[in-house]
Design a protein. Structure first.
Ligand code: DP6
Length: 328
């Protein structure tokens, strides 16, 4: 950045739900995953972040959800700003103000939308001009799942061979398929083990190797379901995948349990309603909340029924959304 004037930009990025999960890294510091993953951006859960590089600042100032960021969280943001300063070949400190419209640490991925918004805003504020593919690669270095919040709609993150080739791209635009993700919030407790820590444990699970063996076929199957808009096969595949990832988590050493009793209650209701002809499927990330995936025509009925399930505190209905954008 050559100018002496202040440079400021603001971006909005949506969280995403993985249908094929990212769980395990081939390279931890570069966040290169052991497998490709597939996700959908979520219209109702997002982060808004403004970044201002200001020569008057002696230190980076980071505020997340109204509080000054400290410790590991602050270090992670600074590390990301440093990546951008390195590309821009300057060393001006930044004022970062970020706001999530959902609670942190609930299993709704704040790191995904957070690092996607931070990347887009900081790159723009730094006056750097790069492709969407490079934005995605850069966001990945902040948090793996963040690379999937850069492109629009339904997204694949190619695991890649190295850092440059590990990025996400849009496989279908948001309006391709009218499906919904109703997030049933059953717990708002901050999780004990972050996903960054959890990733390190995958190889300690005896089931990890067999998960790896099944994944290429499962990825093909989900892509076929997308192409044919075969909701039943799509749903079966994503449910199988979520349970598979959680089986690896639960059999890691130490074991990781992200579910609460009410999580299982919601999952059972989904299965029961399905047997009665109301079709939906569940998926879960590293947290207790259940993402209920359904076709738009069943969304209303399912929200009414979910509201009455024990332990459900809140419902967040999401449409497929666009990716990260600069905002005014
Ligand atoms: C279970 O992207 O949070 O949500 O790269 O260490 O920041 P880091 O991990 P993160 O992991 C997300 C794991 C997951 C599955 C997924 O979103 O694919």
């Amino acid at each position: 950045m050559k100018t002496k004037t202040k440079a400021k930009a603001k971006a909005k990025a949506y969280s995403n739900i993985a249908f094929i999960k990212y769980w395990g890294k081939r390279n931890a510091s570069l966040r290169i995953p052991v497998n490709s993953s597939i996700s959908m951006n979520l219209s109702s859960v997002y982060t808004l972040t403004s970044v201002e590089f200001d020569e008057k600042l002696k230190d980076d100032k980071i505020k997340i959800d109204g509080s000054i960021s400290k410790g590991v969280e602050r270090e992670r943001v600074i590390k990301h700003l440093n990546r951008i300063r390195k590309i821009g070949k300057f060393n001006i400190k930044a004022n970062v103000i970020s706001r999530n419209n959902f609670p942190k640490g609930t299993g709704i991925a704040s790191s995904a939308s957070g690092f996607a918004a931070l990347t887009v805003a900081a790159v723009k504020a730094a006056g750097i001009n790069i492709s969407q593919r490079r934005l995605s690669t850069l966001a990945r270095l902040g948090s793996g799942s963040a690379c999937r919040s850069i492109p629009d709609g339904f997204v694949e993150w190619r695991k890649g061979k190295g850092s440059e080739s590990s990025y996400a791209y849009s496989i279908y635009l948001p309006n391709y398929w009218e499906i919904r993700d109703i997030i049933a919030i059953v717990g708002e407790r901050k999780k004990k083990v972050s996903s960054s820590e959890g990733h390190k444990l995958v190889s300690t699970s005896p089931f990890f190797k067999s998960r790896m063996q099944f994944l290429p076929k499962r990825i093909q199957r989900i892509k076929r379901a997308f192409r044919d808009k075969d909701f039943t096969d799509f749903g079966k595949t994503i449910e199988e995948e979520a349970l598979n990832m959680h089986a690896v988590m639960m059999t890691s050493k130490p074991a990781l349990f992200y579910w609460l009793p009410d999580t299982i209650g919601v999952m059972n209701s989904i299965i029961q309603w399905r047997e009665q002809g109301l079709e939906s499927y569940f998926t879960l990330d590293a947290g207790p909340n259940v993402h209920v995936i359904c076709e738009e025509r069943n969304s209303r009925k399912l929200t009414d029924k979910l509201r009455a399930v024990k332990g459900v505190k809140q419902l967040i209905v999401n449409k497929p959304s666009i990716g990260a954008r600069l905002v005014g």
